[in-house]
Design a protein around this ligand. Structure first.
Ligand SMILES: [Fe+2]
Ligand SMILES: [Fe+2]
Length: 162
């Protein structure tokens, strides 16, 4: 097994001193790998989506906010890549992104509120399952960003060009 994997496994107990310290984490890590691949892919797709959506923004403030979301999603992909490489010893090679089609700006914003709240729930579940402080922090912080996105999108509905 990779050195980084062993390091990661062996240190899981020093990072938290409570009940799940003793349980066998092998299944957890094996099952996390495909989920991380999916998350990296989704975060890259979301990032590209926001950069495309920013082109439709009616004001500079709206554009800045949407660009910030796009940068956050790119950062999430990067953070998940780091976790992925610690577990597997390599980086995930992303698939080509799906084409981005935006027909209506306000409709796109509504779709994003649903997507962001779903992500908030998804990473919250990951946080509750995570066996060490590193992964707990990773999922908690990602979850916080997704919540911020969902809570800030309503500002965009109010932003109109003069
Ligand atoms: Fe994200
Ligand atoms: Fe997000």
């Amino acid at each position: 097994m990779y050195q980084s994997y062993n390091y990661y496994q062996n240190n899981k107990c020093s990072n938290n001193n409570y009940l799940n310290c003793g349980y066998n984490n092998n299944n957890y890590f094996q099952e996390l790998i495909p989920r991380l691949e999916e998350y990296i892919q989704d975060e890259l797709q979301d990032s590209a989506y926001y950069y495309a959506l920013a082109e439709f923004a009616p004001t500079q403030r709206a554009k800045d906010l949407i660009m910030e979301f796009g940068m956050d999603e790119a950062k999430h992909a990067e953070n998940f890549q780091r976790a992925y490489s610690m577990i597997t010893g390599r980086y995930y090679m992303p698939q080509p992104l799906k084409p981005i089609v935006i027909e209506d700006y306000e409709e796109a914003l509504k779709i994003r509120v649903i997507a962001e709240t779903n992500d908030y729930e998804k990473y919250g579940k990951e946080y509750l399952m995570a066996p060490n402080k590193y992964l707990q922090d990773l999922f908690f912080n990602t979850r916080t960003d997704e919540a911020k996105h969902a809570m800030r999108i309503p500002i965009l509905f109010e932003e109109e060009a003069d």
